[in-house]
Structure formats: C-alpha cells, structure tokens
Design a protein. Structure first.
Length: 308
C-alpha cells in the first residue's frame, strides 16, 4: 500500500470531486495563486536576495585592492579620496535555475476531513509561493517539460498558465531532462510511485551533479490509517477497489510498508546528497515554504516538522 494511495468508499466522492477540480484547473488556479502570493508576501519581509560579489551590473560595495589583482580592477575615483586603493565590486547576478515540480497526478487530488488542502492544492500553492520568493531573490525558475526557466516578476502567472495549458499526461514524477550542475530541483509529490521509478528519476536528475529536495506531501489519513470495520478502498489512479472486512487489522502492515518505502527514498536521497522531507497537509503551507527557501539560502540547513 505504500505504492498506492488507498482511501475509503466514504471518501470516494471527495476524491472524484477533487480529481474533477484538478482536471479543470481554470476554476481553482486563481484561488491557489492568490493564496500563494499571500503566503509569499507574509514571509518575504526580511528576506533578501543572494547579495554576493561577482559578475553583474549593479554596484554592491567597495573593497580594498589586493596585491596581485589586475590593475584595471582599481576604481581610481574612489581610491583618490584617501591613501588606499579600492576595487568596485558588482552584485552577483549569475542566477542559476531552480526547477520546481508539483505532482499533479490523480492521487494528489485526495483530501480527508483533517487536511487544510488537497495534496494537489498544497503542492501548487507552495510551488507558486516558492517561485515568487526565488525570483524576488534574483533566481530563475522553471517547470520541467512545462515552462522554460524565467526570472520574470510575473513568474507565478506564467507558471499557472503553463500548467493550465499543459496537455501532457499528469505524471507523478518529473519528466526526463538534463539540469545543469548548478541547478537545484524541488519535487513536491506524494511519492507513492514504485521505488524503481523514484530511483530512475533521481539518477537522471542528479547525473550532472545538480542538487535537490524531495518533499513527500501526505494527507493525515495516509499517515495514520484511521479506519476500522468493513471498508472499500479505492486506488485513485485506476488500480481498482479493495474491500477490507476488518480494516483495523491492516493498519500495522500498512504503516510498516509506508515506513519501509519512505526509508528507501531517504536512503537514496542521502546517498546522492539530496534532502528528503515529509509534509502533512494539516500543517501550514508557510512552514514548508520557509524550509525550502531556507534550505536554498543557508546551504540547505535545517528541517521542518516531523521527518520520515
């Protein structure tokens, strides 16, 4: 069951309703974009771009000339003010690309009564908000197979339109592509895909030396298996229905398989030097946003909430 998100028959209608909404994103995207901007604006205060010296056009600071540097680096006007030689440094503007992948497959449409959003909604909100923060900080953001990297201030609108008009199959994992070694990749998914598919995807994404973060977005019901009695479970991606005579007897095996699947993902990401985190949809989207943004600006330091 760790590789197939199962839900009760009582939740089938909720799954179908959410799935229908996900297939008609024109109805839900405006609300998700507004929520993403609200969250981004709440956390953007006090956050700054990657202010580093390097190649660029914006003045950053003066610093003392170091022996051995090319003489043409000296700013003679500034140096003429006192007895020292100074170099005019420019702000670092060689923005690298951050690739964001919000899983839009059918299993992401699920939302139990305890969740704040469906998994799909949470993935899109966080992806939009993170894109806003990254562009504000001078980065370029792209969506594999859907949107070319851009540093446009209207990045959220561009992402929403690209996703809205995407006609490809809604795959759980990002499509095969070759990111540059300077790229960072963020995958927001429930990761109920077979482990072999996760490994293949990770191998391709990391082959050039790119770094990334996998965030497993899960509903509280998927974490605790709060079911008992006779229940019909439906697999939202077409694998059919399973009936449990006494669902409570499945809990131990289910939780063990989820833990094993999660351990395998964590081991693989650790081997590659990537991060892996678990985020529940009953928690704040801003919490996940801060973790992801902080992980990029402070050498991927820190963790959030409860991790697998």
């Amino acid at each position: 069951m760790a590789e197939a998100s199962l839900h009760t028959a009582g939740e089938i209608e909720a799954v179908r309703r959410a799935d229908g909404e996900s297939r008609s994103l024109a109805a839900s995207l405006p609300r998700l974009v507004l929520e993403a901007r609200r969250i981004a604006n709440n956390v953007i205060h006090g956050l700054h771009g990657r202010r580093r010296a390097g190649a660029g056009e914006s003045f950053w600071q003066y610093r003392r000339f170091t022996s051995g540097e090319p003489a043409q680096n000296i700013d003679w006007r500034r140096s003429g003010r006192d007895d020292h030689l100074y170099v005019r440094e420019q702000e670092w503007e060689a923005a690298h690309t951050v690739w964001l992948w919000p899983d839009r497959s059918a299993s992401m449409a699920f939302a139990s009564k305890k969740s704040r959003d469906s998994k799909l909604e949470r993935a899109l909100i966080v992806a939009f908000a993170l894109a806003e923060l990254l562009v504000e900080g001078g980065e370029r953001v792209g969506v594999p197979g859907i949107m070319h990297p851009t540093g446009s201030r209207s990045v959220v609108d561009k992402m929403a339109q690209a996703i809205l008009h995407d006609t490809t199959a809604r795959a759980s994992l990002p499509p095969s592509f070759v990111p540059s070694s300077l790229s960072e990749i963020v995958v927001l998914s429930d990761f109920w895909s077979p482990m072999s598919e996760v490994q293949t995807t990770l191998a391709g994404l990391s082959s050039t030396g790119a770094h990334g973060t996998l965030v497993q977005i899960v509903d509280p019901a998927e974490e605790t298996f709060p079911y008992s009695g006779r229940i019909d479970f439906i697999e939202p991606e077409g694998a059919g229905t399973i009936t449990a005579g006494r669902a409570e007897t499945w809990a131990t095996d289910y939780l063990a398989r989820v833990a094993r699947h999660r351990d395998e993902i964590r081991d693989e990401t650790r081997r590659l030097g990537w991060l892996f985190s678990v985020h529940n949809t009953d928690r704040s989207a801003a919490e996940l946003l801060l973790f992801l943004h902080g992980g990029m600006t402070v050498n991927k330091g820190g963790q959030i909430g409860r991790h697998a």
